[in-house]
Design a protein around this ligand. Structure first.
Ligand SMILES: [Zn+2]
Length: 621
C-alpha cells in the first residue's frame, strides 16, 4: 500500500513538473568571452562562445542577436527617433547625428560558426539575424563561435567612453547579445534607447586591459589576488604588472553582464550583515569622494530594508560603480553618476539597487511591461528612503501620484500596456512606467490590505525569481495570497486610460439616522474606505467592497472600528449608506483618508461639517 502510494506520488509529481515546464519554459545561454579593450583606439576585439539551450517546444531555424552599439551612428533608428520626438532626452538630442567616424559605436561580426560550421547572417541596424545551418530542436542545444570587433562610442546613452564625469569606459550592452525567445516569440527589438529583455544564463568573461585600469561590474572576480586594485584579500599586497592585465569574472544565473573601468577609481568594500559584499568604485576627487563615503552606510541599510521587505538578495556581491549617464541597473551592479548631492546619490543608489529585485532577479520583459520594472523599483525605493530618512512610509509615494495627476492635466496619458519604445512622448512613458507602476502597487495595497500586500510581494519574489514573470503571474500570486480577485483592477489600470473619482453626493438626516450618498464620478471602480469622525472624537471606518473582488480585505487599522457594508457593483453610479446617528453628531466624512486611491478629484472626497456645511445644509434636516 505504502509502495503504491509512493509510486503514484512520484507519477503525480512527474506530471506536475512536466506540466509546469510546458507551461513556462525559458531559454538558457552560457557565454564564454575573451576580449581585449585597447584604451588608445577604444576598440574591443574578442571571441564569444555561446552555448544556446532551446528549452522551447519549437524547432528554431533562426536566432537573433542584439548589436546595441550600432545605434550610435548617424541615421540610426535611435538617432532619427530622438530627432523627431517632441520631448527628446537631453542626453541624446541630436548628438548621434553629429558623431564622427572615430566617435560612433559599432559591433562588427568577423566570423560566426554554429557547431563548428559557418552560418549565414545579416545585420539590420541593431539586430543580427542568423539563418541556422542546422535547426535547433526542442530541448536541443547548439554552440555559436563568434569573433567580433567593436568600437566604444563616445558616451551618448548608457554605454560609452569618457562620460560627463570623466569615467573612461561604461561598458554596457557591449557584446553581441542573444535575443530572448519565449512563448510570445522573438523579442529582437531594434534599439531606440529604452528597455531591455535578455536570456537567463551564465557568464565567464575575461577582459584584458591596460594595467592602470580598475574594473567594477557584474560577477565575481576569479583572480583577485593577481589583480589587486582593492579586490585582493585584505592585508595582502599585489605587485602590479607592467603589461596588460586579464581580469576573469564569472557570473552565474544572470541576464546580462556589464562593467566600467577607469584608472582613477577608488575601490571600497563593505559587507551587508547577512547579505552581499558591496563594492564601491568612484573617482578620487573632492566632487565625489566625500559623498560616496557617506553613501556606503545607506547602501547597507537599503539592502537590509529590501531583504526584509521584499525577499533576500541572492548573489554574493553587488557593485556600485560611477559611470554611465544617470543611473542604470545591471545584474549584480549599477552604473550611476557620482557628483550629485548626498540625497540625490542615495536616491539614485536606492533606485538602481532595487532593480536587483525588479529586473535582475524578477526579469520581466522591461520593454513590454516597464511598469513591472521601473514602477516596482521606484515603489521600493520610495519605501526604503522613507525608512532610511525616518519619514512615514504611507506618504512616500506622493510624488508618483503628483506626476500621474500632472500628466492627466496635460492630456498626455497613454495606456501603460504598450511597448516602452512606442510612446508618443518621453514624458508619457516616464510617468506610465515609473509613477503609474508605483501607484499600481500602492493602490493594490489599498485593495488587498497592507499585510496581504507585503506577504504577496515576498511570495512573488520567491516563486518567480530567476524567471521572466508576466503581469498575470504577479496578479495570481497576489490573488492567492489575498484570496481576492484582482483581474478587474489590473485590466483597468494597465489597459485603459480610465480614471478614479469618488465623491460624497449628499448627507441627509431622516428619523434620527443619517443617509450618506456617494457617487462614482470616474469610470474606474474601486472599493471604498470611508471614515466618519464624530464630534466626540471617535472614528468609524465603513468599508464598501466591489463584488468583482470576491472578498474583503482584512482590517488594516485595528485602532478604528470597521463596519463592512454590502458591495457596490460597478454598474451603479451611486451608493447610499445609513448611519444610526444624527447628522449633528458628525464632524467630518472622508473617502479614502489614506489617500492611496489615485482619485483625480479629492475635493469631493471630504465633507467637513465644521468648515463647509454649506453645500449640504439644504439636505440636512
Ligand atoms: Zn530604473
Amino acid at each position: 500500500m505504502l509502495k503504491l502510494h509512493i509510486v503514484s506520488l512520484f507519477l503525480f509529481t512527474l506530471v506536475l513538473s512536466s506540466f509546469s515546464q510546458d507551461f513556462r519554459w525559458q531559454q538558457r545561454v552560457e557565454y564564454n568571452m575573451d576580449v581585449r579593450l585597447d584604451v588608445t583606439t577604444h576598440k574591443v576585439t574578442g571571441i564569444q562562445k555561446l552555448t544556446y539551450y532551446n528549452n522551447s517546444r519549437d524547432t528554431l531555424t533562426k536566432v537573433f542577436y542584439h548589436l546595441y552599439w550600432n545605434a550610435f551612428q548617424p541615421g540610426s533608428m535611435m538617432d532619427v527617433r530622438s530627432i523627431n520626438i517632441t520631448d527628446p532626452d537631453a542626453r541624446v538630442g541630436d548628438r548621434i547625428s553629429k558623431l564622427k567616424d572615430d566617435e560612433i559605436g559599432y559591433q562588427h561580426i568577423q566570423s560566426l560558426k554554429q557547431d563548428g560550421k559557418d552560418v549565414s547572417y545579416k545585420v539590420d541596424g541593431t539586430v543580427l539575424e542568423v539563418i541556422l545551418s542546422k535547426p535547433i530542436l526542442p530541448n536541443g542545444k547548439t554552440i555559436f563561435d563568434m569573433k567580433f570587433e567593436s568600437q566604444v562610442p563616445v558616451q551618448i546613452r548608457r554605454s560609452g567612453r569618457n562620460n560627463k564625469e570623466g569615467i573612461a569606459y561604461s561598458m554596457t550592452q557591449w557584446y553581441p547579445k542573444m535575443a530572448e525567445y519565449d512563448f510570445q516569440g522573438w523579442h529582437a527589438y531594434q534599439y531606440v534607447g529604452r528597455e531591455f529583455h535578455s536570456v537567463w544564463g551564465d557568464f565567464d568573461v575575461k577582459i584584458t586591459i591596460d594595467p592602470t585600469h580598475v574594473i567594477g561590474g557584474t560577477g565575481m572576480l576569479q583572480n583577485a589576488d593577481k589583480i589587486g586594485h582593492g579586490y585582493e584579500k585584505q592585508g595582502s599586497t599585489v605587485k602590479q604588472p607592467s603589461g596588460d592585465l586579464t581580469w576573469h569574472f564569472i557570473a552565474k544565473n544572470v541576464i546580462d553582464f556589464a562593467w566600467a573601468s577607469d584608472p582613477d577609481f577608488a575601490h571600497d568594500r563593505l559587507k551587508v550583515p547577512d547579505g552581499p559584499e558591496l563594492h564601491f568604485f568612484y573617482q578620487k576627487n573632492e566632487k565625489t569622494t566625500p559623498n560616496w563615503k557617506k553613501m556606503q552606510e545607506y547602501a547597507v541599510k537599503h539592502f537590509q530594508f529590501m531583504n526584509k521587505t521584499f525577499g533576500k538578495y541572492p548573489y554574493e556581491s553587488y557593485s556600485i560603480v560611477q559611470g554611465g549617464d544617470g543611473g542604470m541597473e545591471y545584474p549584480m551592479c549599477t552604473l550611476i553618476m557620482g557628483e550629485g548631492s548626498l540625497t540625490g546619490l542615495v536616491g539614485l543608489m536606492a533606485h538602481e539597487v532595487s532593480h536587483s529585485w525588479y529586473q535582475a532577479v524578477l526579469a520581466s520583459n522591461e520593454a513590454l511591461y516597464p511598469w513591472m520594472d521601473e514602477g516596482f523599483t521606484d515603489f521600493a525605493r520610495q519605501e526604503s528612503m522613507a525608512s532610511m530618512f525616518d519619514s512615514p512610509i504611507q506618504s512616500s509615494h506622493q510624488s508618483s501620484y503628483a506626476s500621474y495627476f500632472g500628466l492627466l492635466s496635460r492630456g498626455l496619458q497613454e495606456p501603460i500596456s504598450q511597448h516602452a519604445d512606442h510612446y508618443t512622448t518621453n514624458l508619457a512613458y516616464k510617468v506610465a512606467a515609473y509613477a503609474m507602476g508605483a501607484i499600481f502597487l500602492e493602490q493594490l495595497k489599498y485593495i488587498v490590505g497592507e499585510e496581504n500586500f507585503y506577504k504577496g510581494m515576498r511570495k512573488y519574489y520567491y516563486s518567480w525569481k530567476f524567471k521572466h514573470p508576466e503581469p498575470n503571474d504577479f496578479r495570481r500570486v497576489m490573488e492567492k495570497t489575498s484570496g481576492m480577485d484582482l483581474g478587474w483592477y489590473m485590466s483597468y489600470w494597465i489597459n485603459t486610460n480610465k480614471t478614479i473619482d469618488y465623491g460624497i453626493k449628499n448627507v441627509v438626516e431622516s428619523e434620527g439616522s443619517t443617509f450618506i450618498s456617494l457617487e462614482r464620478v470616474g469610470e474606474f471602480p474601486m472599493p471604498v474606505d470611508l471614515v466618519i469622525t464624530y464630534k466626540d472624537g471617535s472614528k468609524e471606518m465603513y468599508y464598501i467592497p466591489t463584488n468583482e473582488t470576491l472578498g474583503n480585505k482584512p482590517v488594516e487599522d485595528k485602532t478604528i472600528q470597521r463596519v463592512d457594508l454590502d458591495a457596490w457593483p460597478w454598474v451603479y453610479p451611486t451608493y447610499t449608506l445609513n448611519i444610526q446617528r444624527k447628522s449633528e453628531a458628525i464632524a467630518s466624512i472622508e473617502i479614502d483618508p489614506s489617500q492611496r486611491m489615485a482619485d483625480v478629484e479629492r475635493k469631493n472626497n471630504v465633507v467637513d461639517f465644521s468648515k463647509d456645511l454649506k453645500p449640504y445644509s439644504d439636505n440636512t434636516k
